[in-house]
Write a protein that binds this ligand. Structure first.
Ligand SMILES: Nc1ncnc2c1ncn2[C@@H]1O[C@H](COP(=O)(O)OP(=O)(O)O)[C@@H](O)[C@H]1O
Ligand SMILES: [Mg+2]
Length: 249
């Protein structure tokens, strides 16, 4: 057992118990390299968000639509980073720290990718608008015909209307501390300051608030655990809590 005691809004943090920590970051599962969707599909009309490299949509396996698909545009120079994101997400998903990764595929032509999308025209307009906007800034990336698709669990994230920011932060304090603490113990550091990368949700079974790291794309690997000082840890936790609360203000 170890203890993380960081006072926030005048309160002492509770103890966080140590759990089994994997140390290997293998290339697993391998990408399916044929743009083979099997019975997975992307709901083109349900576009959740766009980030630097990706578009996130709701997705289904058969008729079960509790998933998301993150479509990542990449060039060969981004491939190592892409493979790291896939491997890290798989490992963290199995540990319950990220949404579980179910399928990772590579598509080498846009047309193949569109075949996996429910509403071809809608999805196409999303990509085309986006690439026009950003083409000049990042022409190398958007000329690329290469797409990766990561299918993972959808996190239904919300803040109850009547909950004050302060109460919300209090409820998320322990789950956020525990999540970051487990990552630090593995020598991993996510960019916690980015809103939208750590999503809170109400666990329907336990009725407790929990959090998951949805975006492992920019996670940094360090050679040793505990690479942050206690003060740096405190400030990272506070930044993460503030960023999450701000998202739902
Ligand atoms: N599993 C998920 N469940 C719900 N929303 C998600 C999920 N994954 C991503 N999102 C939403 O999509 C946004 C962009 O996804 P993210 O993985 O952060 O992409 P990027 O690498 O482009 O920042 C997130 O900020 C979040 O709002
Ligand atoms: Mg992100």
């Amino acid at each position: 057992m170890y203890e993380v005691k960081v006072p926030i809004i005048g309160k002492k943090r509770k103890k966080v118990s140590e759990e089994t920590i994997p140390t290997n970051f293998e290339d697993f599962p391998p990408f399916v390299e044929t743009c083979d969707f099997q019975n997975w599909r992307i709901k083109g009309k349900q576009h959740i968000d766009s980030g630097g490299f990706g578009d996130v949509f709701r997705a289904c396996q058969g008729n079960d639509c509790k998933y998301v698909a993150k479509i990542i545009h990449y060039t060969p120079s981004h491939f190592d980073a892409l493979q790291r994101e896939k491997n890290d997400m798989y490992m963290l998903g199995n540990m319950g720290l990220s949404p579980r990764l179910h399928r990772a595929i590579l598509c080498n032509k846009k047309e193949e990718l569109y075949q996996g999308i429910d509403d071809f025209n809608d999805a196409k307009s999303v990509f085309e608008d986006r690439s026009k906007e950003e083409e000049e800034e990042n022409s190398e990336l958007f000329k690329s015909p290469n797409y990766a698709v990561l299918f993972s669990d959808f996190i239904q994230s919300f803040k109850p209307k009547d909950m004050k920011k302060r109460d919300y932060i209090k409820k998320l304090d322990l789950p956020v501390t525990k999540l970051l603490d487990q990552l630090w113990k593995m020598g991993l550091a996510p960019d916690t300051a980015t809103p939208g990368n750590i999503l809170p949700y109400l666990d329907p079974l336990s009725k407790e608030w929990k959090v998951k790291l949805v975006d492992v794309g920019d996670i940094r690997h360090y050679d040793s655990p505990n690479f942050l000082s206690k003060e740096e840890q405190e400030s990272q936790i506070e930044i993460a809590l503030d960023a999450i609360a701000d998202l739902f203000d």
